[in-house]
Design a protein around this ligand. Structure first.
Ligand code: ATP
Ligand code: MG
Length: 397
């Protein structure tokens, strides 16, 4: 057994010694076989949540009703989930009930794709009732069982399919692809938050353009917020080399830019993006539009900051813009700016009020910004003396 399975092996052993079955399951087993970086190590067991809690001193109950208990072992957290089958799906999104069961295979059967429906026991043996290993070899995303039925149970799986295409550079099995083509509209039953998570994972995967092309082929885009546009438009959006982007905010900026979204606020709200993310995107959009129209300037570098400037530059590179510059040069230019924030000015509002013997008012911030602009342009040295001299020379004091 190799890392990162060694530590949680203790959890499997403890459960087995208490007479229960326990296995590693899901993404970690898939990624181990693929020799891919392994994320969370999840465990499935025949023990019920209350029985799991009794066996381990440190547990957190996160979703006991779904059978999940987090076991804290050696400062790491592991999700331990009771084997379960999912009851009726009456609204295309979440099972109306879950039933705890004693069969591992039945638990694997409720999982989305064959490559995610494998388990590994304490000896490292793989339990693979749906031929996930074969699909891994053939690089295929295939639902466990009938694709149409599985997408009717939970339509999010269609988004998960395309996100795995992007992350693993796999293809969709024929039946799985056809079912997405036919049932995309089921996405309307899924909460936007869950869709956004999968969409962002897709955009930041290894082959975003491949996955976007599939979203075009299957017409899934028509059921995504703000993306119900003509196929030609959407294909144009897909045609760029999305892989060049490094941050998720850059992907959103490019999307909004290419789509020429009119009501940006509404678009962000529809996708339920966080305020922090929205701010990042807005800053990049300001920079991108300004640089495309006017080229880089000290003012734009200063006003959007280093991080957003680097992001904008990457998007310019993707767009093959004449304004794309070498990233090291861009950072050098940024570092060369005499100040990086208004707080770096050698004078503050108090100084100006004292020198001019005036109380505060709108004039004050106007003057501070005027000084700020001159300092950034190297028209004025950032020292108290120079600034005072300049104010005197233009009869402001
Ligand atoms: P990642 O590496 O991105 O975490 P993952 O395969 O672990 O990928 P998770 O979303 O963490 O994906 O889900 C863990 C496991 O739970 C999956 O491997 C799959 O077996 C199962 N699963 C998750 N979501 C669904 C779903 N909507 N329907 C069926 N099974 C699912
Ligand atoms: Mg996971």
């Amino acid at each position: 057994m190799k890392e990162p399975f060694i530590h949680p092996l203790y959890i499997i052993d403890t459960l087995e010694e208490a007479g229960y079955e326990a296995y590693f399951v899901g993404g970690a087993v898939r990624d181990l076989i693929l020799n891919r970086k392994i994320g969370d190590v999840d465990i499935a067991t025949s023990a019920r949540p209350d029985q799991v809690m009794k066996l381990f001193p440190k547990t957190i109950h996160v979703g006991m009703e779904h059978g999940t208990v987090v076991v804290v072992h050696e400062n790491e957290m592991y999700e331990v989930t009771t084997f379960r089958s999912e009851g009726e799906y009456n609204d295309f999104r979440r099972p109306s009930s879950v039933t705890f069961i004693s069969s591992l295979v039945e638990d694997l059967q409720r999982r989305d794709f064959t490559i995610n429906a494998m388990a590994m026991n304490r000896k490292g043996e793989i339990i693979d009732p749906f031929n996930g290993r074969e699909d891994l070899r053939n690089q295929l995303i295939r639902t466990v069982g009938d694709a149409k039925a599985r997408f009717h149970e939970d339509a999010l799986r269609m988004m998960r399919a395309v996100r795995f295409v992007s992350q693993l550079a796999f293809s969709l099995a024929d039946q799985t692809k056809r079912a997405i083509q036919q049932h995309g509209s089921l996405l309307k039953h899924v909460s936007v938050e869950r869709i956004t998570i999968e969409f962002e994972k897709m955009l930041s995967g290894k082959r975003p353009s491949l996955a976007l092309a599939l979203v075009a082929d299957t017409k899934l885009y028509r059921f995504l917020p703000g993306l119900d546009i003509s196929e030609a438009r959407f294909r144009e959006v897909c045609s760029h080399d999305w892989m060049m982007l490094q941050r998720i905010s850059e992907c959103w900026t490019l999307l909004v830019y290419l789509l020429q979204v009119e009501d940006e606020q509404r678009f962000f709200k529809e996708w339920k993006l966080s305020n922090k993310r929205i701010k990042e995107i807005q800053l990049q959009l300001i920079g991108l539009r300004e640089v495309i129209n006017e080229g880089w300037s000290k003012q734009i570098l200063y006003s959007i900051g280093q991080e957003a400037s680097v992001s904008v530059n990457r998007i310019l590179q993707l767009l093959r813009s004449e304004h794309y510059v070498n990233e090291h040069n861009l950072i050098y230019q940024y570092n060369q700016l005499p100040i990086h924030s208004i707080k770096d000015l050698a004078v503050n509002g108090q100084d100006l009020m004292t020198w001019m013997n005036k109380s505060g008012g709108p004039w004050l911030s106007k003057l501070l910004h005027e000084i700020e602009r001159k300092v950034i342009e190297n028209d004025l040295q950032n020292t108290q003396t120079s600034i005072k001299e300049w104010l005197l020379s233009c009869n402001r004091i």
